[in-house]
Design a protein around this ligand. Structure first.
Ligand code: AP5
Ligand code: MG
Length: 217
């Protein structure tokens, strides 16, 4: 049976960092809703333009287009064994839609929902020092996790840039949106006995170890 992992947690807590590591370790595909929107933006699609108007403000892209985008992505062959979902779902309506789409995929379900948490001051510090790679969304931090050479991705040699939505006003808005609309998903998955709380203040290595231990259970 396919295995689906939902990574929950506020902006900057390390969802993307961890999704890449555990995808390499488990072979499960990393599917990031934020990366998919940014890819659409890069390719100048109508979806990318629509998403940008919300992303630059730090607001959520409407549920209907987000759900359709994820449905199209996880029904591709490379997600046959499952996926690590990073940034989706972000609302109860998205979580219900995910349950329905997985059920249609031969009765699959969300097996595990790790909820990574850290205090707001740490999130702001991580986002303000983040550098992201243009080609594949690998992330670095200027002090916590620096690339070997400045402005170049260690993994694929592409250019590193600072995301527009990592400006301080937008970061504050993203955290508010998370608290107002997404944090409720901890209760949603707790009620379904799939929530696992992970302390995101630990080192990158220790968070990965905690996640991998959880996924083996
Ligand atoms: P998205 O791209 O998903 O952004 P986000 O949720 O705000 O999360 P981030 O990518 O900012 O943080 P992260 O948790 O991945 O942290 P990272 O690993 O990079 O979404 C962007 C926008 O798209 C949304 O605002 C919304 O508009 C839209 N959107 C996306 N999904 C949507 C949905 N489902 N519905 C509606 N709209 C949607 O790490 C951050 C930094 O910390 C890095 O520098 C990293 O090196 C460092 N770091 C990581 N872990 C550690 C550690 N343990 N110790 C020290 N440093 C660390
Ligand atoms: Mg991310």
């Amino acid at each position: 049976m396919a295995k689906f992992v939902v990574l929950l947690g506020p902006p900057g807590v390390g969802k993307g960092t961890q999704a890449k590591i555990i995808s390499d370790q488990t072979g499960l595909k990393h599917v990031s809703s934020g990366d998919l929107f940014r890819e659409n933006l890069k390719n100048k699609t109508a979806l990318g333009e629509l998403a940008q108007s919300y992303m630059t403000k730090g607001d959520l892209v409407p549920d209907d287009v987000t759900i359709a985008m994820i449905k199209e992505r996880i029904t591709r062959l490379d997600c046959e064994a499952g996926a690590i979902l990073d940034g989706f779902p972000r609302t109860p309506a998205q979580a219900d839609a995910l349950a329905n789409m997985l059920n249609e995929l031969g009765g699959a379900q969300v097996n595990c929902a790790p909820w990574i948490t850290a205090p707001e001051a740490i999130l702001i510090e991580r986002l303000s020092g983040r550098w992201t790679c243009r080609a594949n969304g690998h992330v670095f931090h200027e002090t916590n996790n620096p690339p070997k050479s400045k402005s170049v991705c260690d993994f694929d040699g592409s250019e590193l840039y600072q995301r527009d939505d990592d400006k301080s006003d937008t970061v504050v808005r993203r955290i508010q949106v998370y608290l107002g609309q997404t944090a409720v998903l901890a209760d949603y998955y707790r009620a379904r006995k799939t929530l696992v709380e992970i302390d995101g203040t630990q080192s990158i290595e220790n968070v990965s170890a905690a996640l991998l231990a959880t996924l083996k259970q």
